[in-house]
Write a new protein. Structure first.
Length: 81
């Protein structure tokens, strides 16, 4: 399965329970490194905007003491682009 570098996708966060939880989450590959992406919809003086957060997939797996797993559904989506 071929990944597209410097691209990704966000999906509605159906598990959002608090205002601090992201509105959207997904994955992206940037310069060959996989990242988890989170997005919050915020209101600023010029209107609504999205604030983004990127966390390396490998770093998060190492912090939790377990291997990272590919999100097959996401990879299938990317390969269809």
């Amino acid at each position: 399965m071929e990944k597209r570098d410097n691209s990704g996708a966000l999906f509605t966060n159906d598990k959002r329970e608090k205002e601090t939880h992201p509105n959207y989450n997904g994955k992206a590959t940037i310069n060959g490194v996989d990242y988890y992406v989170s997005s919050w919809i915020k209101e600023g003086k010029n209107g609504k905007f999205q604030s983004l957060s990127f966390k390396p997939v490998q770093d998060q797996a190492n912090q939790q003491g377990r291997p990272s797993y590919n999100n097959k559904g996401f990879d299938d989506f990317l390969s269809s682009l």
